[in-house]
Design a binder for this molecule. Structure first.
Ligand SMILES: [Zn+2]
Length: 284
């Protein structure tokens, strides 16, 4: 298994200073899950998982691809798509500047990586969204990349794997064009489904908003990482809207497994194996 350590450090901040993602720097690291001091190398060897409590650190889309695909088999698709700025949106900074800053910081061109590769020698179409890039929100490029991914999976009769890590769904900077992506990805998946395709959706921490409310919920099989936050609106918004108290932990993988929304909770070190098994089991 490839070590994730070298990849964790490969990002740069706006200042040009390297920014670390995944298990933080230092020989020892305090785990946010159990507060234990964890030997960093050990957590990295476990693919960014705490050896004591199974806490899953957030990892990058690139790391995810490395962990799930056979080494060196990833062929990226649609690398040349980039967002326009139709609203000339500006908050603290302009959307155009924000995109450039996010690209520098994450090493990604957009919040989704798509392409094809092999999982234990089975060819698959694969997409990953990364919550580090404007919350992993589904702007028009993310929607377009995923739609093309789904359409190619349909044309080439490939199993489709989408691993979601999106804290936001709609990208407000693109207004209605962002919302449209929910319908677009969903329509492409309906055609994929009609053609008899197998779609495995993997939910990771966090999978929220319009991503959770569109393609991420539409898997023939829905896997989730342990203790991932999965939902639509945040608990405070829901409480303010419907004015009732919500059950404890209602937006976790475990709760959603219990209530039938998630089919299986798959720890990170088993994900590759479980996807390969599901593909075989479904005869794909
Ligand atoms: Zn821990």
């Amino acid at each position: 298994m490839a070590s994730v350590s070298s990849e964790i450090v490969s990002q740069t901040e706006e200042s040009g200073k390297p920014k670390k993602r995944g298990v933080p720097e230092g020989l020892w690291q305090r785990c946010p899950g159990c507060q234990a001091a964890i030997f960093r190398k050990q957590a990295e060897q476990l693919l960014g998982v705490c050896p004591e409590c199974d806490y899953h650190w957030t990892i990058t889309a690139q790391q995810r691809i490395e962990q799930v695909l056979d080494t060196g088999t990833f062929e990226e698709w649609d690398t040349n798509l980039h967002s326009l700025d139709p609203l000339e949106f500006k908050d603290k900074k302009s959307y155009a500047d924000r995109l450039v800053a996010e690209q520098k910081r994450t090493g990604l061109r957009e919040a989704a990586l798509t392409g094809c590769g092999m999982i234990r020698a089975r060819r698959v179409a694969i997409g990953v969204t990364d919550s580090a890039f404007i919350m992993g929100s589904m702007g028009s490029v993310v929607g377009e990349k995923l739609t093309r991914l789904i359409e190619r999976a349909t044309a080439q009769d490939l199993p489709l794997i989408i691993i979601s890590g999106s804290g936001g769904g709609a990208r407000m900077h693109e207004g209605i064009l962002s919302l449209m992506q929910m319908a677009k990805t969903t329509a492409a998946l309906a055609k994929f489904h009609e053609a008899g395709g197998l779609f495995i959706s993997v939910l990771t921490n966090p999978t929220m908003g319009g991503v959770a409310a569109s393609f991420a919920s539409l898997g023939d099989l829905i896997f989730a990482e342990p203790k991932a936050l999965v939902g639509f609106a945040g608990p405070r918004t829901i409480k303010a809207t419907i004015r009732i108290d919500l059950p404890e932990g209602f937006q976790t993988s475990e709760f959603l497994l219990e209530h039938g929304f998630v089919d299986r909770i798959v720890p990170r070190n088993k994900l590759k194996l479980e996807i390969a098994r599901a593909i075989d089991y479904c005869g794909k």
